[in-house]
Structure formats: structure tokens, C-alpha cells
Design a protein around this ligand. Structure first.
Ligand SMILES: Cc1cc2nc3c(=O)[nH]c(=O)nc-3n(C[C@H](O)[C@H](O)[C@H](O)COP(=O)(O)OP(=O)(O)OC[C@H]3O[C@@H](n4cnc5c(N)ncnc54)[C@H](O)[C@@H]3O)c2cc1C
Length: 349
């Protein structure tokens, strides 16, 4: 009998797990359910008026040999580029200094057409059902299989195993609404619900003039400034930004993002423009346009135990950056690859 695997979430963890299992078990039937229109999750690229920008994750680090091989050998590497300018640091008082040369020597990668290219490459050949939000699961009567239901209560699929990859609080929400062994369900929900996440407001600012600096980005190292990260996205190349123009990406600190979450976009943009202008020592008023994005679950500030989550013997599996305890693309990919090995072992049981 063919085995079906359902993957909830087409972010880095879900797609890398799906890709790995498809490679090892071509006969395994895999369906990925993704609530959004596109793939990538927090790896997200937007386009506007000839500008292309990554308003979620900015770059991928690949010091790890497996990730390096994935990017450069296993996946097509067309459009894969390296950040060439350094990241400088800044403090709460606005002082800017050159960054750590060791960290700056580590390669950071992006795709010319946007980081979602990586998600598209990982998703190649996978059956991804977009705009399907999985709300709950239930055991099929008389079998060990899992039935998946969407937000309207409609049955969207049945699978032998289910891999859940949304951020921990969203995964906990799905389980809390699901119908299966209540003791196990409560254990899993408790493990997931305690993982705290930092919010992040991202403001992208487009200018019809050059804003030249000797760095790609500035990072706040004392974590006391409202801006956590300020990048010059135009350094990613002319595919990203028309010549003579500039594109700044301000990622706001967790404390600021939480306080200003409901601030009207115009008011927020004005405040961020002023702070970014002070930092760069330049009048940044009158951008061509700005774009606001709010990431409710931007970065995990804690960890859930993968060994507890992935040893239930029920066909439920879990992956995502929160199982590593750090929000990084390469770690989310690794968590997907690791859970693929656990699913493979379960299939052979
Ligand atoms: C602003 C920002 C900047 C960052 N910068 C960097 C960086 O420069 N470098 C770096 O390495 N990392 C960075 N990160 C972190 C990195 O993006 C994440 O760690 C990584 O992408 C997480 O992948 P994931 O698969 O675990 O989760 P996600 O990307 O969150 O994927 C989960 C997927 O599940 C989907 N989903 C959720 N609920 C449901 C449901 N009920 N049904 C169906 N689908 C559902 C979501 O839509 C999403 O596609 C950044 C993150 C943010 C937010």
C-alpha cells in the first residue's frame, strides 16, 4: 500500500524535509499544505516598481558543509550571489564601527531574483497545495491514519504521517484543536506553547537617489536601539534596484516591534525614517514609497525538544527553527533534513 505523508508549511523546514524524503523515497506520496499563496514562509521576496526586496530573511550563511553543498552543487546555483560588502555594527547612541572581520569573512549568500528562489528550488517536484490552512487533525476511525481539516472544517486529505512545521505557537494551536490521545496532545502542546518568539516590524524604503556607504548593513550589537538591522538592499545588484536608486530595509527590534505593532503605517514609517536618517547622518524624508511588513513570529527565543516531539510513535513529526532554538535559514533546512531521517526510520518500522 502506498504511504502518504502530509507536510504542513512550505517554509525552509517543510520544503527541505519534503525534498529529502522525495529524493530517498521516490514512491512516497507527499503533499505539502501551505496557507499562503507562495512558498518560503519567513523567506519572502516582494516586488514593487522595478525594485525586488527580501523583507523577511536577508541572507543565508553556509559555513556548514551540507548547506554549502546543497546551495552550490545539489540545487541549480544560477543567480546565487555572495554579499561583497561588510556588515558594520552600531550602538544605542548611534555610534557606528567596523564589524568583526572574522564574521565578515564568512560568506553570506542571496539569489539575484530574491531569496524565495531557494524555496522554489527546494519545492521543485513537490505537490504543494497553496492557500490551504490546516486547522486541525483527527485520527481516521478504525485506522492509524491522520485526517487533515482546513479552517472551514473541510476534510482536505488523509495521511499515514504528518510533519508540522509552522512556528511553535501556531503548531500548538493546530494540535490543541485536534482530536487524538488527550494525554499525548497536552504533552506536545505544553512543549510547544512555551517557546517565546520575537516580533519584527520590517520597513522597506525606496529612494530615487543613491545612498552610498562602505557597508552592506548595520547591526545593533547592544540590542538597545529600536532598529535591529538596517540594510542597503541595492548592494544585492541591479536586478534589485534601478541604477541611481536606493532601497533600505529596517528591521525593528523585538521591544520596539511589540510596542508599535498597531501604530498606523504612516506614523510608523515617519518614526523609522527619522531614526534611520539619524543613524546614517542623512535626510531620509520623502522616500518614493515605503512598505510595512509585520512578522508576529519572527525569531524563536527558546527551544522545544525535538527528541520529545519526534518520538511519539504516532506518525506525527515536527520541524522548524524553534527545534534548534535560533532563527536561521540554514538551521531550519537542517531541522527539515533531520526530521526526514526520523520519518524514514519510522517508515521502516
Ligand atoms: C525579519 C526576519 C529576518 C530574518 N533574517 C534572517 C537572515 O538574514 N538569515 C537567516 O538565516 N535567517 C533569518 N531569519 C530567520 C529565518 O527566516 C527563519 O529561521 C526560517 O526561515 C524559518 O523557517 P521555518 O520553515 O522553520 O518556518 P517558516 O518560514 O515560518 O515556515 C512555516 C510555514 O508554515 C506555513 N503555515 C503556518 N501555519 C500553517 C497552517 N495552519 N497551515 C498551512 N501552512 C501553515 C507558513 O505560512 C510558512 O510558510 C529572519 C526571519 C525574519 C522574520
Amino acid at each position: 500500500m502506498p504511504v502518504n505523508l502530509a507536510i504542513i508549511g512550505a517554509g525552509m523546514a517543510g520544503l527541505s524535509a519534503g525534498r529529502e524524503l522525495r529524493r530517498r523515497h521516490p514512491n512516497l506520496s507527499i503533499t505539502v499544505y501551505e496557507k499562503s499563496r507562495g512558498v518560503g514562509g519567513r523567506v519572502a521576496t516582494r516586488r514593487r516598481d522595478g525594485f525586488v526586496f527580501d523583507h523577511g530573511a536577508q541572507v543565508i550563511k553556509a559555513q556548514d558543509a551540507d548547506i554549502d553543498r546543497l546551495l552550490h552543487a545539489e540545487l541549480p546555483s544560477e543567480g546565487l550571489r555572495r554579499i561583497t560588502q561588510p556588515v558594520y555594527i552600531f550602538y544605542a547612541d548611534g555610534t557606528i564601527a567596523e564589524g568583526d572581520p572574522t564574521l565578515n569573512a564568512e560568506p553570506s549568500w542571496f539569489y539575484a531574483s530574491g531569496l524565495t528562489q531557494l524555496a522554489k528550488l527546494l519545492a521543485a517536484g513537490l505537490n504543494v497545495q497553496r492557500e490551504v490552512r490546516i486547522a486541525s487533525l483527527r485520527r481516521e476511525e478504525g485506522t492509524d491514519r491522520w485526517m487533515l481539516f482546513d479552517a472551514h472544517g473541510a476534510h482536505v486529505g488523509t495521511a499515514d504521517a504528518v510533519l508540522l512545521t509552522p512556528p511553535a505557537p501556531q503548531t500548538a494551536e493546530i494540535l490543541a484543536l485536534s482530536d487524538f490521545d488527550p494525554v499525548l496532545r497536552d504533552t506536545l502542546v505544553r512543549e510547544l506553547i512555551h517557546v517565546p518568539y520575537r516580533r519584527c516590524l520590517t520597513l522597506t524604503l525606496a529612494y530615487d537617489r543613491p545612498i552610498e556607504r562602505p557597508f552592506y548593513a548595520l547591526i545593533n550589537v547592544d540590542r538597545q536601539h529600536p532598529i535591529a538591522w538596517l540594510a542597503r538592499e541595492q548592494t544585492k545588484g541591479t536586478e534589485r534596484c534601478p541604477p541611481g536608486h536606493s532601497l533600505l530595509i529596517a528591521q525593528m527590534a523585538g521591544h520596539f516591534s511589540l510596542q508599535q505593532w498597531d501604530t498606523p503605517a504612516d506614523e510608523l514609517a515617519a518614526a523609522v525614517i527619522e531614526m534611520a536618517g539619524m543613524l546614517l547622518g542623512e535626510d531620509l524624508s520623502r522616500p518614493m514609497w515605503y512598505d510595512r511588513q509585520g512578522w508576529r513570529y519572527a525569531l524563536p527565543d527558546g527551544i522545544a525538544r525535538s527528541e520529545l516531539l519526534n518520538s511519539t510513535g504516532t506518525g506525527l513529526f515536527f520541524a522548524g527553527d524553534y527545534t534548534v532554538g535560533l532563527g536561521r535559514i540554514h538551521l531550519a533546512i537542517k531541522s527539515g533534513q533531520e526530521v526526514a531521517a526520523a520519518i524514514e526510520a519510522w517508515l521502516k518500522r
